[in-house]
Structures are given as structure tokens and as C-alpha cells.
Design a protein around this ligand. Structure first.
Ligand code: AMP
Ligand code: ZN
Length: 465
């Protein structure tokens, strides 16, 4: 599998540190409001990356944080007259609801910055000890020039950066040794959340959070670090500087960044009145439509959100679902007979074609085209009177490929029906093998679920009672 690595600006073969295992960190949202559809893009895209890596057999340790200490959270807490922790707890819960609605799987671990303060203090102490950081009046700064690799991710040159800063000497920050230095720890201001530290009460800077949480849950060197492209500089550049100055090791081997989501070809902003939360969109569209829309273009390209594109995603999803539903009905009819081996092998070959697209830097747009080729194949080659085995094979293939992208193509009821059909088939097989105990057990289980079986001339039928 090839991944475009922002660090080298090339597509590179993905080779994990440990065979069969992937350590992946995705910068999560700052929780001061409901998440917007721009935040949903990295969630959906990197969830698809994770699912694809799992589909290829990797065990993925997927860590994504919540930034729950930040100026915007403090501002919201002052406006609402409630503690900052109450603001962040509320929006973490809301964010998890949106993630579940979008079928974004929960991370292996979702660390929260406020619960990792001890680790941050330890890393800052270590940086001071190693000469990479210094304290002035309760603020600790990272000594940017002390890290020789600074700028390697964003391609920025320290001298260019420095001349850009010359006019920007903000008051209160002239205590820095160098305008390029950035904050690791800042002193408490009245009314703000604060923690005790060797430099007095205060709170951590944003960048140190991710360095600490990534190290704690994934180790000093990880495979993939990801986020939106706005994070390349300064956030990810600063994470590298902190982590590598501490450990002397490579922080992350592959850096993946998603492009931005715009609305009607303009930057999403509250003042332009084109700002949508995920909640706004889910009140108008099925969350699966949003997901298909997000994955219909390459993750590194800018993506334009418009009602027109959402309508075409809705139609596309409907086409996949209609095909899945039809295959399910054919399978449920239970027509016996062997499936044509040629058709079965053509069905199985779709996985290879899908994987080939995904192996090319997660080309979900082309992978979706392969799903549509499968839909077309099913609609033309699996006829209404086809053997159940053929319909089932085509359906399983469709469900599996869609699931790699987190797309659900059968409704919950249809999925339940499928499970019942499978149990009935198992019961028939048990009876044939004279395993009557198992056959009775299945009948009882179905009965408990309110399913009555009927032996008919065309085979076993069932109904809900
Ligand atoms: P934030 O809460 O601003 O730190 O953002 C959380 C994640 O959403 C980061 O990975 C950002 O890069 C990403 N993000 C924010 N806005 C957009 C957008 N309009 N399009 C794509 N990604 C975005
Ligand atoms: Zn981060």
C-alpha cells in the first residue's frame, strides 16, 4: 500500500514498524461547540484508512484526542457561566453522538488533554533539562532553534519565518529569546482552569498535548500521524520538534493530511453565513449520504460541499442500497442449485480491484467506482431467479466492500432478516447431518426472537409473530 507522506511529499510504500501492527494518531477536535462538517472530514477519512488497514489484516491501535483545554473553551465557559470542564464534557458527549451517527468507529483510546497534565509537565521538565526549553515568569517556551530539524514537515525555512515575525513582536511575548519560540506552559489567568506545576499554576500549550498523548498510548515512534492540512504548521511541526528533541527518535514515519472542506467554493465561516454543524446536516440528510459524499473525492483534494453534490451522493447511495436489497430478496427465496463458478470468481475479483484503488494512497473515489461496477454486475448478472448461493455471494461482496468505507448498505431490518435466513440454513444443515439437538436449539432461539418457522413445499419459510 502506498501513502502520500507530507514529510517527503512523495507516495511511499507503507511499512509498519512492527509487522502486522499499525500505531496511528489523529488530532481530534477542540470541544467548545458542536463539531462542524469540516471537522467531520478527517474523522470520516481516517476512519476509512483505519478500516482499510484492518481489512488488509493489520491490527490498528488508533488514538484520537479531545483538546479540552483551550482559549475557545474558556470563552464559552465565561459566556455560559459554567465551568470549562462542563463545556468540554458536554461537547465530547455530543461529538461522540455525531461520530456514531456517521459510523465513525470509536478510537482504541480517546485521551483528553486535561487528564494527561502530569505527563505534559514531565515532558516539559525533560525538554528544559536537555536545553530545548526555558522558563520566564511562569511561562515555558520551546527553544525552536535548538532543534535542527525544525521546518522539515512544512518545508519552512527558519530565517524566512524569523523575518516574518519581525513586525509581529506582540507585547508580553518580548520575554522570548527568539520570536520563533513557542509556548509549552502558560501561567494562570484569573478565572481560568489551572494545574500546579514547577513553574507555578498554569496550563499546557496546545502542541505539547499531542506529543505527550501520542507517546503515552502509542510509544516514542509511531507509524501514522494525521489531521487536517491546516495543522501541518505550526501544530505538527511543533509536535515533531518537542517529541524528537525529547526522545532523539523519529516521532512519526508517515504524515497524512486531509484537504479542506469548503462550502459553495468558499471557506466555511460563521460571518459568511455558510457554516454547518454535522447536526445541521444530519437533520436534512442521512448520515450515510454525508459519508459517501466525503469519500467521493480524494482525501487530499479540496472538497466543495453543496446541496447539488449531496443530492447526487443520496442518489448514488440509493442505487447501492436497491441492489443490496434485491440481492437479499433473491437469496431469501432460497433457490437451490450451485452458483456458476465463473460468476463466483468474477464476484470475488472485485476485492482485488477495490484494494488496488485503496492501495494507491487511499483512493476512495476510485474504490467507490469499483463498488458501482459490482452493483452493475449484480444488476445484470444475478437474475431474479438466480440460485440463492450466487445472490448471497454478490451481496456478501457488496456488504464487505461498502463496510471497508463504513457504508451500510442493508437497513437494520434487512440485516436482521439476513441473520435469520443464515440461522435457518444452519438448522437445515444440522437436520441433514442428524444433529437434532442443534436444530432444536436454533428453532428455540428463533422462537425466543419471535420468529415462527413454517415447512412449505418451497422449503422453510418464516414470519414474525
Ligand atoms: P480543530 O477543532 O479546529 O482543532 O479541528 C479538528 C480537526 O478538523 C483538525 O484535524 C482540523 O484540521 C480539521 N478541520 C477543521 N476545519 C476543517 C475544514 N474546513 N475542512 C477539513 N478539515 C478541517
Ligand atoms: Zn494534535
Amino acid at each position: 500500500m502506498k501513502i502520500f507522506n507530507t514529510l517527503t511529499m512523495h507516495k511511499e510504500e507503507f511499512v509498519p514498524i512492527e509487522p502486522g501492527k499499525v500505531r496511528m494518531y489523529v488530532c481530534g477536535p477542540t470541544v467548545y461547540n458542536l463539531i462542524h462538517i469540516g471537522n467531520a472530514r478527517p474523522m470520516i477519512v481516517f476512519d476509512a484508512v483505519r478500516r482499510y488497514l484492518e481489512h488488509k489484516g493489520y491490527e490498528v491501535n488508533f488514538v484520537s484526542n479531545f483538546t479540552d483545554v483551550d482559549d475557545k473553551i474558556i470563552k464559552a465557559s465565561v459566556e455560559e457561566g459554567i465551568p470549562a470542564a462542563a463545556v468540554s464534557e458536554r461537547y465530547i458527549a455530543e461529538c461522540k453522538k455525531d461520530m456514531a451517527a456517521m459510523n465513525v468507529r470509536p478510537a482504541t483510546t480517546h485521551p483528553q488533554a486535561t487528564k494527561e497534565i502530569g505527563g505534559m509537565i514531565r515532558m516539559i521538565l525533560d525538554l528544559i533539562k536537555k536545553g530545548h526549553a526555558y522558563e520566564v515568569n511562569g511561562t515555558v517556551y520551546f527553544r525552536t532553534r535548538s532543534f535542527a530539524g525544525y521546518g522539515k514537515l512544512s518545508g519552512k525555512n527558519l530565517d524566512d519565518l524569523r523575518s516574518g515575525f519581525r513586525d509581529l513582536k506582540v507585547s508580553g511575548e518580548d520575554e522570548k529569546e527568539d520570536p520563533l519560540d513557542f509556548v509549552l506552559w502558560k501561567p494562570k489567568k484569573e478565572g481560568e482552569p489551572a494545574w500546579p506545576s514547577p513553574w507555578g499554576e498554569g496550563r499546557p500549550g496546545w502542541h505539547i498535548e499531542c506529543s505527550v498523548m501520542s507517546k503515552k498510548y502509542l510509544g516514542e515512534t509511531i507509524d501514522i500521524h494525521a489531521g487536517g492540512e491546516d495543522l501541518i504548521f505550526p501544530h505538527h511541526e511543533n509536535e515533531i520538534a518537542q517529541s524528537e528533541s525529547c526522545s532523539g527518535k523519529i516521532f512519526a514515519r508517515y504524515w497524512m493530511h486531509n484537504g479542506f472542506l469548503n462550502i459553495d467554493n468558499r471557506k466555511m465561516s460563521k460571518s459568511l453565513g455558510n457554516f454547518f454543524t454535522v447536526r445541521d446536516i444530519l437533520s436534512k440528510y442521512d448520515a450515510q449520504v454525508l459519508r459517501l459524499f466525503m469519500l467521493s473525492s480524494h482525501y487530499r483534494s479540496p472538497l466543495n460541499f453543496s446541496a447539488e453534490l449531496m443530492t447526487s451522493a443520496a442518489n448514488a447511495l440509493e442505487r447501492i442500497r436497491r441492489a443490496a436489497s434485491r440481492l437479499r430478496d433473491i437469496a431469501a427465496k432460497g433457490k437451490g442449485g450451485a452458483a456458476d463458478p465463473q460468476l463466483l470468481s468474477e464476484i470475488a475479483a472485485f476485492t482485488g480491484r477495490f484494494d488496488e484503488k485503496m492501495d494507491d494512497d487511499v483512493n476512495t473515489a476510485d474504490a467507490i467506482s469499483v463498488i458501482f461496477d459490482l452493483v452493475r454486475f449484480a444488476n445484470t448478472q444475478v437474475l431474479d431467479d438466480a440460485p440463492a448461493a450466487l445472490a448471497k455471494a454478490a451481496l456478501d461482496e457488496l456488504v464487505e466492500l461498502a463496510d471497508v468505507l463504513g457504508l451500510v448498505v442493508l437497513t437494520e431490518e434487512e440485516e436482521a432478516d439476513e441473520e435469520i435466513d443464515a440461522l435457518i440454513a444452519e438448522r437445515q444443515a444440522a437436520r441433514k447431518a442428524k444433529d437434532f439437538a442443534r436444530a432444536d436449539e436454533i428453532r428455540d432461539e428463533l422462537k425466543a426472537r419471535g420468529i415462527e418457522l413454517m415447512d412449505t413445499k418451497e422449503g422453510v419459510k418464516w414470519k414474525r409473530i
